[in-house]
Design a protein around this ligand. Structure first.
Ligand code: GTP
Ligand code: MG
Length: 318
C-alpha cells in the first residue's frame, strides 16, 4: 500500500475521516514503507487523547465494559477510538469487540472507531504497534482511546506502559486477590472493576482486594486505588467506573503526574524501538549463521559461550 503523505492527506486524517484512519493504521501495523514518514508528520498532532487501558483475565467482561463505556461517552459527545488487542479466543465465551458493540445511532457510528489487532506471532512488537496505532487515533481527534488487552502474560504490563489510566477487570471466579497480585495486576491498576458482581463471592473479593491495597507500599503519587463493583451486562456500576476514571485523570493533571507519566512512557517507547532495531540489525543473516556454525563447538565444550560472545561482538561496545 502506497500513501501520499502530503498536507492534504494529513489534514484528512486530522479531520477524522474513517477511511483515512483505517489506511493509516494498516500502514503502521504492517510496517509499510510510508510508516515513518506518516508517524513523523502525525507526531506533533498527538497528546490530546486520554488513553484508558482495560485489562484482566480472559472472559472477565472487558469487551462488555468497553462497550458500556463507549455508549456512555458518546452520549456525552466524546469521540472514541478503541484498540482491541488480541481479541477473544473461542474458549472464554467472549465475543469480538466489533461484534459486541452495536452502533445504535449515526452519531455513535460517526464518533467511534474500533480496530482489532492480533498479537500472536508479533513477538516484542506489541506495545510498539499499539503506541503507533494510538498516535494515529490521537491525531485523528479522538478524545478518548480505549485499549483492551487480555491479561495473560506480558500484554497487561505493556498496557500500563501506554495507558494514562489502567482499569483492571476481575471477576469473582477469577480466584482470590492473591492471584491478581501474582499476575502483577496490583502494580498496574489505577482502578479495579470487580465485574460480574451479580455472581457469588463478589463482596469477599472486594474486601480482600481492598485489604491488599492497604498493605501495598504507598506509591509516590499517593492516589487511593478504588475497587468498584460492576455488572457490565446490565450497565450497572459503569457510570461510577467512568466517574473514577475521570477522577484519576483529574488527579494526574492537577499533580503534574500526567506529564511525568507520559514522558516516562515516551522514553520507554524510544528505548524499546532502539532495542528492537539493534537486535534486528545485529542478528542479520551473517551473525545468525556464525552462531549456528559454532553451536556444536560451544555445546561440546571446545569453546565456551563467553569467549564466543566476545569474538562475535568484538568492536561493539557492550
Ligand atoms: N453474569 C455476568 N456476565 C457477564 C458480565 N459481563 C460480561 N458477562 C459475560 O461474560 C462473557 C465474556 O464477556 P466479554 O466482555 O467478551 O469478556 P472479555 O473479558 O472481553 O473476554 P476476552 O476478550 O475473551 O478475554 C460474555 O458472555 C458476557 O455476556 C456481568 O457483569 N455478569
Ligand atoms: Mg474481549
Amino acid at each position: 500500500m502506497k500513501l501520499n503523505v502530503d498536507k492534504e492527506y494529513i489534514d484528512k486524517l486530522l479531520s477524522g475521516d474513517k477511511r483515512t484512519i483505517s489506511r493509516a493504521i494498516s500502514v503502521v501495523e504492517n510496517e509499510y514503507a510510508d510508516k515513518l514518514e506518516l508517524l513523523k508528520s502525525v507526531y506533533k498532532h498527538t497528546g490530546k487523547a486520554y488513553k484508558i487501558g482495560i485489562t484482566g483475565p480472559p472472559g472477565a467482561g472487558k469487551s462488555t465494559i468497553t462497550d458500556c463505556i463507549i455508549k456512555n461517552l458518546t452520549k456525552k459527545n466524546f469521540r472514541i477510538g478503541v484498540i482491541a488487542v488480541d481479541p477473544t479466543s473461542p474458549f472464554t465465551g467472549g465475543a469480538l469487540l466489533g461484534d459486541r458493540v452495536r452502533m445504535t445511532d449515526s452519531t455513535m457510528f460517526e464518533n467511534v472507531f474500533i480496530r482489532s489487532m492480533a498479537t500472536r506471532g508479533s513477538l516484542g512488537g506489541l506495545s510498539k504497534n499499539v503506541n503507533d496505532v494510538c498516535k494515529i487515533l490521537d491525531a485523528s481527534g479522538k478524545d478518548f482511546i480505549i485499549i483492551e488487552t487480555v491479561g495473560v502474560g506480558q500484554s497487561e504490563l505493556d498496557i500500563a506502559q501506554t495507558a494514562d489510566t489502567t482499569v483492571v477487570a476481575l471477576v469473582p471466579e477469577s480466584g482470590d486477590s492473591v492471584q491478581a497480585m501474582k499476575a502483577g495486576l496490583m502494580e498496574i491498576a489505577d482502578v479495579f472493576a470487580l465485574n460480574k458482581s451479580d455472581r457469588q463471592g463478589a463482596d469477599e473479593i472486594v474486601t480482600s482486594l481492598k485489604n491488599i491495597l492497604h498493605l501495598r507500599i504507598p506509591q509516590d503519587d499517593n492516589y487511593e486505588i478504588k475497587v468498584l463493583k460492576t455488572i457490565a451486562v446490565k450497565n450497572t456500576g459503569i457510570e461510577e467506573l467512568i466517574g473514577e476514571i475521570f477522577n484519576h485523570r483529574e488527579h494526574l493533571i492537577k499533580s503534574g503526574y500526567l506529564d511525568r507519566k507520559r514522558k516516562e512512557h515516551l522514553a520507554n517507547e524510544i528505548t524499546e524501538i532502539v532495542n528492537l532495531n539493534l537486535q534486528k540489525s545485529f542478528w542479520d543473516k551473517n551473525n545468525s549463521d556464525v552462531l549456528l556454525q559454532n553451536i556444536d563447538d560451544i555445546y561440546s565444550k571446545k569453546t565456551d559461550p563467553y569467549t564466543f560472545i566476545s569474538s562475535l561482538t568484538s568492536g561493539i561496545k557492550l
